[in-house]
Design a protein around this ligand. Structure first.
Ligand SMILES: Nc1ncnc2c1ncn2[C@@H]1O[C@H](COP(=O)(O)OP(=O)(O)OP(=O)(O)O)[C@@H](O)[C@H]1O
Ligand SMILES: Nc1ncnc2c1ncn2[C@@H]1O[C@H](COP(=O)(O)OP(=O)(O)OP(=O)(O)O)[C@@H](O)[C@H]1O
Ligand SMILES: [Mg+2]
Ligand SMILES: [Mg+2]
Lengths: 227, 227
Protein backbone atom coordinates (compact mmCIF):
# COMPACT_ATOMS: atom_id res chain seq x y z
CA UNK A 1 0.00 0.00 0.00
CA UNK A 2 1.15 3.48 -0.83
CA UNK A 3 -0.20 6.32 1.36
CA UNK A 4 0.77 9.87 0.41
CA UNK A 5 -0.41 12.75 2.59
CA UNK A 6 0.05 16.51 1.98
CA UNK A 7 3.17 15.91 -0.06
CA UNK A 8 5.30 18.85 -1.22
CA UNK A 9 8.52 19.07 -3.25
CA UNK A 10 9.74 22.62 -3.58
CA UNK A 11 12.90 23.66 -5.42
CA UNK A 12 14.50 27.06 -4.90
CA UNK A 13 16.05 28.50 -8.02
CA UNK A 14 17.57 31.95 -7.82
CA UNK A 15 14.91 33.40 -5.57
CA UNK A 16 12.04 31.68 -7.35
CA UNK A 17 10.29 28.68 -5.81
CA UNK A 18 9.22 25.84 -8.07
CA UNK A 19 6.44 23.79 -6.47
CA UNK A 20 7.06 20.58 -8.42
CA UNK A 21 4.67 18.71 -6.09
CA UNK A 22 2.28 21.16 -4.49
CA UNK A 23 0.11 19.36 -1.95
CA UNK A 24 -0.74 15.82 -3.02
CA UNK A 25 -2.73 13.27 -1.03
CA UNK A 26 -3.39 9.85 -2.63
CA UNK A 27 -3.66 6.21 -1.60
CA UNK A 28 -2.81 3.28 -3.86
CA UNK A 29 -3.74 -0.24 -2.77
CA UNK A 30 -1.66 -3.35 -3.49
CA UNK A 31 -2.38 -4.75 -6.93
CA UNK A 32 -3.77 -1.57 -8.47
CA UNK A 33 -2.81 -0.50 -11.99
CA UNK A 34 -2.70 3.31 -12.02
CA UNK A 35 -1.98 5.69 -14.89
CA UNK A 36 -0.64 9.16 -14.16
CA UNK A 37 -1.11 11.80 -16.84
CA UNK A 38 -0.62 15.55 -17.02
CA UNK A 39 1.16 18.29 -18.91
CA UNK A 40 4.91 18.46 -19.28
CA UNK A 41 6.27 19.85 -16.01
CA UNK A 42 3.14 19.04 -13.98
CA UNK A 43 5.06 16.94 -11.42
CA UNK A 44 4.61 13.35 -12.62
CA UNK A 45 8.27 12.27 -12.52
CA UNK A 46 8.88 14.14 -9.26
CA UNK A 47 5.92 12.41 -7.58
CA UNK A 48 7.05 9.03 -8.96
CA UNK A 49 10.61 9.54 -7.68
CA UNK A 50 9.37 10.31 -4.16
CA UNK A 51 6.96 7.39 -3.85
CA UNK A 52 9.52 5.20 -5.65
CA UNK A 53 11.97 5.94 -2.82
CA UNK A 54 14.46 7.76 -5.05
CA UNK A 55 13.97 11.21 -3.58
CA UNK A 56 12.69 12.82 -0.38
CA UNK A 57 9.85 15.34 -0.17
CA UNK A 58 10.27 18.86 1.18
CA UNK A 59 7.40 18.14 3.56
CA UNK A 60 4.51 15.74 3.97
CA UNK A 61 4.26 12.00 4.44
CA UNK A 62 4.81 9.02 2.12
CA UNK A 63 4.28 5.54 3.53
CA UNK A 64 4.99 2.34 1.62
CA UNK A 65 3.60 -0.78 3.34
CA UNK A 66 3.33 1.19 6.56
CA UNK A 67 6.96 2.42 6.48
CA UNK A 68 7.27 6.20 6.55
CA UNK A 69 10.00 6.72 3.95
CA UNK A 70 10.86 10.20 5.21
CA UNK A 71 12.19 8.44 8.35
CA UNK A 72 14.72 6.35 6.42
CA UNK A 73 18.38 7.20 5.85
CA UNK A 74 19.78 7.17 2.29
CA UNK A 75 21.10 3.65 2.79
CA UNK A 76 17.90 2.34 4.36
CA UNK A 77 15.95 3.88 1.46
CA UNK A 78 18.22 2.10 -1.02
CA UNK A 79 17.72 -1.29 0.66
CA UNK A 80 13.97 -0.78 0.93
CA UNK A 81 13.84 0.15 -2.75
CA UNK A 82 15.97 -2.78 -3.91
CA UNK A 83 13.63 -5.15 -2.16
CA UNK A 84 10.24 -3.79 -3.20
CA UNK A 85 10.51 -1.43 -6.14
CA UNK A 86 11.34 -1.53 -9.83
CA UNK A 87 11.72 1.85 -11.54
CA UNK A 88 11.75 2.45 -15.30
CA UNK A 89 13.25 5.92 -15.79
CA UNK A 90 12.05 8.46 -18.37
CA UNK A 91 15.69 8.99 -19.38
CA UNK A 92 16.76 5.34 -18.96
CA UNK A 93 19.77 6.01 -16.64
CA UNK A 94 21.83 3.11 -17.99
CA UNK A 95 25.53 2.72 -17.19
CA UNK A 96 27.18 3.83 -20.45
CA UNK A 97 30.32 1.67 -20.22
CA UNK A 98 28.55 -1.55 -19.21
CA UNK A 99 26.89 -4.06 -21.51
CA UNK A 100 23.13 -4.50 -21.65
CA UNK A 101 23.58 -7.76 -19.70
CA UNK A 102 25.66 -6.09 -16.98
CA UNK A 103 23.17 -3.24 -16.70
CA UNK A 104 20.33 -5.69 -16.10
CA UNK A 105 22.42 -7.81 -13.68
CA UNK A 106 23.15 -4.78 -11.49
CA UNK A 107 20.16 -5.06 -9.10
CA UNK A 108 20.91 -8.78 -8.70
CA UNK A 109 24.53 -7.98 -7.82
CA UNK A 110 23.27 -5.64 -5.09
CA UNK A 111 20.87 -8.35 -3.92
CA UNK A 112 23.75 -10.81 -3.53
CA UNK A 113 22.53 -13.27 -6.16
CA UNK A 114 25.12 -15.80 -7.41
CA UNK A 115 26.93 -15.11 -10.64
CA UNK A 116 25.44 -18.05 -12.53
CA UNK A 117 21.89 -17.30 -11.47
CA UNK A 118 22.04 -13.61 -12.23
CA UNK A 119 23.54 -14.25 -15.65
CA UNK A 120 20.71 -16.64 -16.45
CA UNK A 121 17.94 -14.40 -15.11
CA UNK A 122 19.29 -11.27 -16.83
CA UNK A 123 19.62 -13.17 -20.11
CA UNK A 124 16.03 -14.41 -19.92
CA UNK A 125 14.74 -10.94 -19.10
CA UNK A 126 16.57 -9.36 -22.06
CA UNK A 127 15.20 -12.12 -24.32
CA UNK A 128 11.68 -11.29 -23.12
CA UNK A 129 12.08 -7.69 -24.30
CA UNK A 130 13.50 -8.80 -27.66
CA UNK A 131 17.18 -8.11 -26.99
CA UNK A 132 18.50 -11.65 -26.65
CA UNK A 133 20.94 -11.02 -29.52
CA UNK A 134 22.36 -7.79 -28.03
CA UNK A 135 23.48 -8.88 -24.55
CA UNK A 136 27.02 -7.57 -24.93
CA UNK A 137 26.11 -4.26 -26.58
CA UNK A 138 26.69 -1.07 -24.63
CA UNK A 139 23.96 1.62 -24.48
CA UNK A 140 25.70 3.82 -27.09
CA UNK A 141 25.53 0.88 -29.50
CA UNK A 142 21.78 0.58 -29.07
CA UNK A 143 18.87 2.51 -30.56
CA UNK A 144 16.68 4.72 -28.35
CA UNK A 145 13.98 2.09 -28.09
CA UNK A 146 16.53 -0.67 -27.41
CA UNK A 147 17.97 1.39 -24.53
CA UNK A 148 14.48 1.86 -23.18
CA UNK A 149 13.95 -1.90 -23.25
CA UNK A 150 17.20 -2.50 -21.34
CA UNK A 151 15.94 -0.03 -18.71
CA UNK A 152 12.68 -1.97 -18.54
CA UNK A 153 14.47 -5.31 -18.14
CA UNK A 154 16.62 -3.90 -15.33
CA UNK A 155 13.58 -2.53 -13.46
CA UNK A 156 11.82 -5.90 -13.52
CA UNK A 157 14.75 -8.23 -12.79
CA UNK A 158 14.34 -8.30 -9.01
CA UNK A 159 10.68 -9.32 -9.33
CA UNK A 160 9.58 -6.17 -7.50
CA UNK A 161 6.23 -5.81 -5.76
CA UNK A 162 5.68 -2.26 -7.06
CA UNK A 163 6.62 -1.16 -10.58
CA UNK A 164 6.99 2.52 -11.48
CA UNK A 165 7.13 3.11 -15.23
CA UNK A 166 7.90 6.67 -16.39
CA UNK A 167 6.87 6.86 -20.05
CA UNK A 168 8.02 3.27 -20.75
CA UNK A 169 6.86 3.32 -24.39
CA UNK A 170 7.92 6.88 -25.23
CA UNK A 171 10.64 5.67 -27.62
CA UNK A 172 8.95 2.52 -28.86
CA UNK A 173 7.09 1.82 -32.08
CA UNK A 174 3.60 0.41 -31.70
CA UNK A 175 4.69 -3.24 -31.99
CA UNK A 176 7.44 -3.01 -29.31
CA UNK A 177 5.13 -0.82 -27.22
CA UNK A 178 2.43 -3.48 -27.34
CA UNK A 179 4.94 -6.15 -26.22
CA UNK A 180 6.02 -4.03 -23.25
CA UNK A 181 2.42 -3.31 -22.22
CA UNK A 182 1.72 -7.06 -22.38
CA UNK A 183 4.58 -7.60 -19.90
CA UNK A 184 3.15 -4.93 -17.56
CA UNK A 185 -0.37 -6.39 -17.89
CA UNK A 186 0.87 -9.84 -16.98
CA UNK A 187 2.78 -8.50 -13.95
CA UNK A 188 -0.42 -6.79 -12.86
CA UNK A 189 -2.31 -10.07 -13.24
CA UNK A 190 0.31 -11.69 -10.97
CA UNK A 191 -0.72 -9.20 -8.27
CA UNK A 192 1.97 -6.54 -8.69
CA UNK A 193 1.17 -2.85 -8.28
CA UNK A 194 1.88 -0.92 -11.49
CA UNK A 195 2.11 2.89 -11.59
CA UNK A 196 2.59 4.20 -15.09
CA UNK A 197 3.24 7.74 -16.36
CA UNK A 198 2.27 8.14 -19.98
CA UNK A 199 0.97 10.80 -22.30
CA UNK A 200 -0.64 8.29 -24.68
CA UNK A 201 -4.30 7.48 -24.04
CA UNK A 202 -4.10 3.93 -25.45
CA UNK A 203 -1.26 3.13 -23.04
CA UNK A 204 -3.09 4.75 -20.11
CA UNK A 205 -6.14 2.58 -20.78
CA UNK A 206 -4.28 -0.57 -19.64
CA UNK A 207 -4.77 0.77 -16.11
CA UNK A 208 -8.00 0.75 -14.15
CA UNK A 209 -7.49 4.16 -12.50
CA UNK A 210 -6.33 7.52 -13.84
CA UNK A 211 -4.71 10.26 -11.76
CA UNK A 212 -4.21 13.55 -13.59
CA UNK A 213 -1.74 16.17 -12.35
CA UNK A 214 -1.63 19.90 -13.07
CA UNK A 215 0.92 22.30 -11.58
CA UNK A 216 1.92 19.78 -8.90
CA UNK A 217 -1.63 19.00 -7.76
CA UNK A 218 -4.11 16.19 -8.40
CA UNK A 219 -6.97 17.54 -10.53
CA UNK A 220 -8.60 14.22 -11.41
CA UNK A 221 -8.60 10.77 -9.77
CA UNK A 222 -10.94 8.00 -10.78
CA UNK A 223 -11.68 5.00 -12.96
CA UNK A 224 -10.31 5.04 -16.50
CA UNK A 225 -13.01 5.43 -19.14
CA UNK A 226 -11.77 2.90 -21.71
CA UNK A 227 -12.73 3.52 -25.33
CA UNK B 1 17.55 18.50 -52.11
CA UNK B 2 18.64 15.30 -50.40
CA UNK B 3 19.80 12.46 -52.66
CA UNK B 4 20.69 9.16 -51.01
CA UNK B 5 21.97 6.29 -53.15
CA UNK B 6 22.77 2.73 -52.06
CA UNK B 7 23.51 3.85 -48.53
CA UNK B 8 24.94 1.38 -46.00
CA UNK B 9 25.95 1.76 -42.34
CA UNK B 10 27.44 -1.42 -40.95
CA UNK B 11 28.72 -1.87 -37.41
CA UNK B 12 31.02 -4.72 -36.42
CA UNK B 13 30.41 -6.05 -32.92
CA UNK B 14 32.42 -9.04 -31.77
CA UNK B 15 32.37 -10.81 -35.10
CA UNK B 16 28.73 -9.99 -35.82
CA UNK B 17 27.79 -7.37 -38.39
CA UNK B 18 24.88 -5.07 -37.66
CA UNK B 19 23.47 -3.60 -40.87
CA UNK B 20 21.86 -0.52 -39.32
CA UNK B 21 21.26 0.94 -42.78
CA UNK B 22 21.17 -1.85 -45.33
CA UNK B 23 20.90 -0.39 -48.82
CA UNK B 24 18.75 2.74 -48.91
CA UNK B 25 18.04 4.93 -51.93
CA UNK B 26 15.71 7.91 -51.50
CA UNK B 27 15.34 11.49 -52.76
CA UNK B 28 13.76 14.30 -50.78
CA UNK B 29 13.00 17.59 -52.54
CA UNK B 30 13.25 21.03 -50.90
CA UNK B 31 10.16 21.91 -48.93
CA UNK B 32 8.90 18.36 -48.41
CA UNK B 33 7.52 17.21 -45.05
CA UNK B 34 8.46 13.56 -44.62
CA UNK B 35 7.64 11.18 -41.78
CA UNK B 36 9.89 8.19 -41.14
CA UNK B 37 8.40 5.29 -39.20
CA UNK B 38 9.51 1.76 -38.41
CA UNK B 39 10.20 -0.65 -35.59
CA UNK B 40 12.64 0.03 -32.81
CA UNK B 41 16.11 -0.71 -34.24
CA UNK B 42 15.03 -0.47 -37.88
CA UNK B 43 17.59 2.24 -38.72
CA UNK B 44 15.64 5.52 -38.44
CA UNK B 45 18.06 7.43 -36.20
CA UNK B 46 21.08 6.05 -38.06
CA UNK B 47 19.69 7.19 -41.42
CA UNK B 48 18.79 10.60 -39.95
CA UNK B 49 22.30 11.06 -38.52
CA UNK B 50 23.91 10.33 -41.88
CA UNK B 51 21.72 12.62 -43.97
CA UNK B 52 21.84 15.19 -41.15
CA UNK B 53 25.63 15.30 -41.55
CA UNK B 54 26.36 13.93 -38.09
CA UNK B 55 27.79 10.60 -39.22
CA UNK B 56 29.37 9.03 -42.28
CA UNK B 57 28.08 5.95 -44.09
CA UNK B 58 30.10 2.75 -44.52
CA UNK B 59 29.43 3.00 -48.24
CA UNK B 60 27.08 4.68 -50.65
CA UNK B 61 26.34 8.29 -51.51
CA UNK B 62 24.50 11.09 -49.69
CA UNK B 63 24.24 14.47 -51.41
CA UNK B 64 22.73 17.54 -49.79
CA UNK B 65 22.13 20.41 -52.26
CA UNK B 66 24.51 18.72 -54.67
CA UNK B 67 27.33 18.38 -52.10
CA UNK B 68 28.51 14.81 -51.58
CA UNK B 69 28.87 14.70 -47.84
CA UNK B 70 31.12 11.65 -47.88
CA UNK B 71 33.75 13.96 -49.51
CA UNK B 72 33.78 16.39 -46.58
CA UNK B 73 36.21 16.39 -43.68
CA UNK B 74 34.86 16.42 -40.11
CA UNK B 75 35.30 20.20 -39.92
CA UNK B 76 33.73 20.84 -43.31
CA UNK B 77 30.80 18.63 -42.32
CA UNK B 78 30.36 20.65 -39.12
CA UNK B 79 30.32 23.98 -41.02
CA UNK B 80 27.93 22.61 -43.64
CA UNK B 81 25.64 21.37 -40.90
CA UNK B 82 25.71 24.59 -38.90
CA UNK B 83 24.62 26.49 -41.96
CA UNK B 84 21.84 24.27 -43.30
CA UNK B 85 20.64 21.79 -40.70
CA UNK B 86 18.76 21.75 -37.41
CA UNK B 87 18.73 18.41 -35.59
CA UNK B 88 16.41 17.51 -32.71
CA UNK B 89 17.97 14.45 -31.05
CA UNK B 90 16.03 11.48 -29.70
CA UNK B 91 18.05 11.71 -26.48
CA UNK B 92 18.24 15.54 -26.42
CA UNK B 93 22.08 15.81 -26.10
CA UNK B 94 21.98 18.98 -24.00
CA UNK B 95 25.06 20.31 -22.19
CA UNK B 96 24.34 19.33 -18.57
CA UNK B 97 26.21 22.16 -16.86
CA UNK B 98 24.86 24.96 -19.08
CA UNK B 99 21.58 26.79 -18.69
CA UNK B 100 18.69 26.33 -21.11
CA UNK B 101 19.54 29.75 -22.56
CA UNK B 102 23.21 28.88 -23.06
CA UNK B 103 22.28 25.54 -24.65
CA UNK B 104 20.07 27.33 -27.19
CA UNK B 105 22.67 30.07 -27.81
CA UNK B 106 25.35 27.52 -28.68
CA UNK B 107 24.72 27.29 -32.47
CA UNK B 108 24.64 31.11 -32.60
CA UNK B 109 27.99 31.28 -30.79
CA UNK B 110 29.45 28.97 -33.45
CA UNK B 111 27.88 31.13 -36.16
CA UNK B 112 29.61 34.23 -34.76
CA UNK B 113 26.42 36.06 -33.83
CA UNK B 114 26.84 39.02 -31.44
CA UNK B 115 26.16 38.46 -27.76
CA UNK B 116 23.16 40.81 -27.58
CA UNK B 117 21.53 39.35 -30.67
CA UNK B 118 21.99 35.74 -29.65
CA UNK B 119 20.64 36.40 -26.17
CA UNK B 120 17.53 37.98 -27.67
CA UNK B 121 16.97 35.27 -30.28
CA UNK B 122 17.53 32.40 -27.84
CA UNK B 123 15.16 34.02 -25.35
CA UNK B 124 12.43 34.40 -27.99
CA UNK B 125 12.88 30.80 -29.12
CA UNK B 126 12.60 29.45 -25.57
CA UNK B 127 9.48 31.57 -25.04
CA UNK B 128 7.96 30.07 -28.19
CA UNK B 129 8.32 26.57 -26.70
CA UNK B 130 6.85 27.66 -23.37
CA UNK B 131 10.07 27.91 -21.37
CA UNK B 132 10.41 31.70 -21.08
CA UNK B 133 10.39 31.41 -17.29
CA UNK B 134 13.15 28.76 -17.15
CA UNK B 135 16.00 30.38 -19.10
CA UNK B 136 18.59 29.92 -16.36
CA UNK B 137 17.63 26.34 -15.43
CA UNK B 138 20.08 23.57 -16.22
CA UNK B 139 18.87 20.35 -17.88
CA UNK B 140 18.89 18.37 -14.60
CA UNK B 141 16.51 20.97 -13.18
CA UNK B 142 14.03 20.43 -15.99
CA UNK B 143 11.40 17.75 -16.64
CA UNK B 144 11.83 15.29 -19.53
CA UNK B 145 9.46 17.22 -21.74
CA UNK B 146 11.07 20.55 -20.82
CA UNK B 147 14.50 19.14 -21.83
CA UNK B 148 13.00 17.98 -25.10
CA UNK B 149 11.70 21.49 -25.73
CA UNK B 150 15.14 23.02 -25.07
CA UNK B 151 16.56 20.57 -27.63
CA UNK B 152 13.88 21.69 -30.10
CA UNK B 153 14.63 25.38 -29.51
CA UNK B 154 18.34 24.78 -30.04
CA UNK B 155 17.75 22.90 -33.31
CA UNK B 156 15.66 25.73 -34.74
CA UNK B 157 17.68 28.75 -33.58
CA UNK B 158 19.88 29.08 -36.68
CA UNK B 159 16.80 29.17 -38.94
CA UNK B 160 17.97 26.03 -40.74
CA UNK B 161 16.81 25.04 -44.23
CA UNK B 162 16.40 21.37 -43.29
CA UNK B 163 15.01 20.21 -39.96
CA UNK B 164 15.55 16.66 -38.70
CA UNK B 165 13.31 15.78 -35.75
CA UNK B 166 13.94 12.41 -34.07
CA UNK B 167 10.83 11.65 -32.01
CA UNK B 168 10.33 15.33 -31.03
CA UNK B 169 7.11 14.68 -29.09
CA UNK B 170 8.17 11.40 -27.44
CA UNK B 171 8.24 12.97 -23.98
CA UNK B 172 5.46 15.53 -24.43
CA UNK B 173 1.84 15.49 -23.34
CA UNK B 174 -0.73 16.07 -26.07
CA UNK B 175 -0.98 19.83 -25.45
CA UNK B 176 2.78 20.50 -25.60
CA UNK B 177 3.06 18.02 -28.50
CA UNK B 178 0.41 19.95 -30.44
CA UNK B 179 2.31 23.22 -29.84
CA UNK B 180 5.54 21.69 -31.15
CA UNK B 181 3.83 20.24 -34.23
CA UNK B 182 2.34 23.70 -34.92
CA UNK B 183 5.89 25.10 -34.93
CA UNK B 184 7.06 22.40 -37.37
CA UNK B 185 3.98 22.97 -39.58
CA UNK B 186 4.65 26.68 -39.75
CA UNK B 187 8.33 26.09 -40.62
CA UNK B 188 7.16 23.79 -43.41
CA UNK B 189 4.79 26.51 -44.65
CA UNK B 190 7.78 28.88 -44.76
CA UNK B 191 9.40 26.49 -47.23
CA UNK B 192 11.67 24.49 -44.92
CA UNK B 193 12.24 20.79 -45.41
CA UNK B 194 11.09 18.78 -42.38
CA UNK B 195 12.08 15.15 -41.80
CA UNK B 196 10.43 13.67 -38.76
CA UNK B 197 10.88 10.29 -37.06
CA UNK B 198 7.90 9.32 -34.97
CA UNK B 199 6.05 6.24 -33.85
CA UNK B 200 2.75 8.08 -33.38
CA UNK B 201 0.38 8.06 -36.33
CA UNK B 202 -1.25 11.43 -35.47
CA UNK B 203 2.18 13.07 -35.47
CA UNK B 204 3.20 11.34 -38.71
CA UNK B 205 0.06 12.68 -40.41
CA UNK B 206 1.39 16.25 -40.33
CA UNK B 207 3.70 15.17 -43.16
CA UNK B 208 2.66 14.61 -46.76
CA UNK B 209 4.93 11.58 -47.34
CA UNK B 210 5.66 8.47 -45.29
CA UNK B 211 8.83 6.39 -45.50
CA UNK B 212 8.76 3.16 -43.53
CA UNK B 213 11.96 1.31 -42.59
CA UNK B 214 12.43 -2.34 -41.63
CA UNK B 215 15.81 -3.92 -40.85
CA UNK B 216 17.69 -1.01 -42.41
CA UNK B 217 15.74 -0.98 -45.68
CA UNK B 218 12.87 1.09 -47.09
CA UNK B 219 9.75 -1.07 -47.27
CA UNK B 220 7.23 1.68 -47.96
CA UNK B 221 7.49 5.16 -49.51
CA UNK B 222 4.50 7.19 -50.56
CA UNK B 223 1.80 9.74 -49.68
CA UNK B 224 0.47 9.71 -46.13
CA UNK B 225 -3.09 8.39 -45.91
CA UNK B 226 -4.51 10.88 -43.40
CA UNK B 227 -7.44 9.72 -41.26
N1 LIG C 1 27.37 2.29 -32.46
C1 LIG C 1 26.65 1.20 -32.79
N2 LIG C 1 27.22 -0.02 -32.76
C2 LIG C 1 26.50 -1.11 -33.07
N3 LIG C 1 25.22 -1.12 -33.44
C3 LIG C 1 24.59 0.07 -33.48
C4 LIG C 1 25.26 1.29 -33.16
N4 LIG C 1 24.36 2.30 -33.28
C5 LIG C 1 23.19 1.74 -33.66
N5 LIG C 1 23.32 0.40 -33.79
C6 LIG C 1 22.30 -0.56 -34.19
O1 LIG C 1 21.78 -0.19 -35.45
C7 LIG C 1 20.39 -0.53 -35.51
C8 LIG C 1 19.59 0.71 -35.91
O2 LIG C 1 19.69 1.67 -34.88
P1 LIG C 1 18.83 3.02 -34.92
O3 LIG C 1 19.24 3.82 -33.72
O4 LIG C 1 18.99 3.67 -36.25
O5 LIG C 1 17.35 2.47 -34.78
P2 LIG C 1 15.97 3.29 -34.68
O6 LIG C 1 15.14 2.88 -35.83
O7 LIG C 1 16.23 4.74 -34.48
O8 LIG C 1 15.33 2.67 -33.37
P3 LIG C 1 14.44 3.35 -32.20
O9 LIG C 1 13.07 3.45 -32.76
O10 LIG C 1 14.54 2.30 -31.11
O11 LIG C 1 15.05 4.64 -31.83
C9 LIG C 1 20.01 -1.06 -34.12
O12 LIG C 1 19.98 -2.47 -34.13
C10 LIG C 1 21.11 -0.54 -33.24
O13 LIG C 1 21.36 -1.40 -32.14
N1 LIG D 1 16.15 19.80 -9.62
C1 LIG D 1 15.18 20.64 -9.96
N2 LIG D 1 15.31 21.95 -9.72
C2 LIG D 1 14.34 22.81 -10.05
N3 LIG D 1 13.16 22.49 -10.63
C3 LIG D 1 12.97 21.19 -10.90
C4 LIG D 1 13.96 20.20 -10.59
N4 LIG D 1 13.47 18.99 -10.99
C5 LIG D 1 12.25 19.22 -11.53
N5 LIG D 1 11.96 20.53 -11.47
C6 LIG D 1 10.75 21.18 -11.94
O1 LIG D 1 9.62 20.59 -11.31
C7 LIG D 1 8.51 20.59 -12.22
C8 LIG D 1 7.96 19.18 -12.34
O2 LIG D 1 8.93 18.34 -12.96
P1 LIG D 1 8.62 16.83 -13.36
O3 LIG D 1 9.90 16.26 -13.91
O4 LIG D 1 8.00 16.13 -12.21
O5 LIG D 1 7.52 17.02 -14.50
P2 LIG D 1 6.80 15.93 -15.39
O6 LIG D 1 5.34 16.01 -15.13
O7 LIG D 1 7.46 14.60 -15.25
O8 LIG D 1 7.05 16.50 -16.85
P3 LIG D 1 7.37 15.74 -18.25
O9 LIG D 1 6.04 15.24 -18.74
O10 LIG D 1 7.89 16.86 -19.09
O11 LIG D 1 8.36 14.67 -18.01
C9 LIG D 1 9.03 21.11 -13.56
O12 LIG D 1 8.67 22.47 -13.67
C10 LIG D 1 10.54 20.97 -13.42
O13 LIG D 1 11.22 21.94 -14.15
MG1 LIG E 1 8.61 13.40 -16.50
MG1 LIG F 1 15.94 6.03 -32.87
Amino acid sequence: TIEVKDLYKIYSLEGVEIHAVNGITINIEDGEFVSIMGQSGSGKSTLMHIIGCLDKPTRGSAKIDGQEITDLTENELADFRLDKIGFIFQTFNLIPRASALKNVELPLIYAGVSRAERRERATKMLESVGLGDRLSSRPTQLSGGQQQRVAIARALINNPKIIFADEPTGNLDSKSGTEIMAILDSLHEQGKTVILVTHEAEVAEHANRLIRLFDGKVIEDGPIKAN
